[in-house]
Design a protein around this ligand. Structure first.
Ligand code: NAP
Length: 245
């Protein structure tokens, strides 16, 4: 039976990259970690690795674009833990080479990116909300990106103003809208909702071109996931501050 004193955290796309590091650090902080992954073998391997490191980690099969796996994951969490305290919507893709400028981006790549990064996160959130409502103090962290900042893209001197990836940027802007609206919808409840920009981090997503380590990329997500009842809600954060929407 689950230890009722431990917070229960679900991280989607936790078999590698930023998600795996978030899972590791949340486990280190004493939470039960549910390692969400679409690939059973990779997910089991990641959960086992965290267990060997001493964390209370469990694999949970979850493909954010497959509704039946989301439903099964919610049922499994209900059965084994009865509630959820932390949800990190981390799973994400970037269609490198196919996404691009609004005038030319491959429409199927744009559709797939929005389906995973936004619809997937929204669907997982909806399925997990009844479990999050059972927590005394819950946190939803949406792993967004500065590339989702419309203010950034309309500021010519901004460092990423030249980047054209309409599918990826739109998916993260939509995710940010979900953060803003859900935080308002849940105002007065015990559930906080925030977006985080990890910053440009070396992972498979960008063929390891980012200058940050996964530890650096995961830090702000971990801070907000663990912030507790006095933490903020309805914001867009990165390490050291906030970002414009
Ligand atoms: P990554 O190493 O490629 O990890 C992405 C994770 O998402 C993998 O575990 C992947 O699983 C999983 N995933 C993809 N589609 C999924 C689906 N349909 N269902 C479940 N899991 C799925 O990339 P990362 O950089 O750590 O990315 C994590 C998050 O950070 C993403 O949301 C990304 O947009 C965001 N982000 C990253 C950066 C950066 O510079 N790296 C910057 C800003 C934001 P598989 O192993 O099965 O593919």
């Amino acid at each position: 039976m689950a230890d009722a004193t431990k917070r229960v955290a679900l991280i989607t796309g936790a078999n590698k990259g930023i998600g795996l590091e978030v899972a590791r650090q949340v486990g280190k902080a004493g939470c039960t970690v549910l390692v969400g992954a679409r690939n059973v073998e990779l997910g089991r391997e990641a959960a086992l690795r965290l267990k060997v490191e001493g964390h209370d980690a469990h694999f949970i099969a979850l493909d954010v674009v497959k509704p039946e796996t989301i439903k099964r994951a919610a049922e499994e969490i209900e059965r084994n833990f009865g509630r959820l305290d932390i949800l990190v919507n981390n799973a994400g893709i970037a269609a490198l080479g196919r996404d691009g400028a609004p005038s030319t981006a491959d429409i199927e790549a744009v559709r797939a990116t929005i389906e995973t990064n936004f619809i997937g996160a929204l669907a997982v959130t909806q399925a997990m909300l009844p479990l999050l409502r059972k927590s005394k103090s819950a946190s939803i962290v949406n792993v967004s990106s500065e590339l989702g900042s419309i203010t950034g893209h309309t500021t010519p001197e901004w460092k990423f103003a030249h980047v054209r990836a309409i599918g990826y940027s739109a998916s993260k802007a939509a995710m940010n809208m979900m953060t803003a609206q859900l935080a308002l919808e849940l105002a007065g409840t015990a559930i906080k909702v925030n977006s985080v920009n990890p910053g440009y981090t070396a992972t498979d997503l960008n063929k390891h071109s980012g200058p940050q380590t996964v530890q650096e990329g995961a830090a702000e997500t971990i801070r907000l996931a663990l912030a507790g009842p006095d933490g903020p809600t309805g914001g867009f954060y990165e390490t050291g501050g906030t970002l414009p929407w």
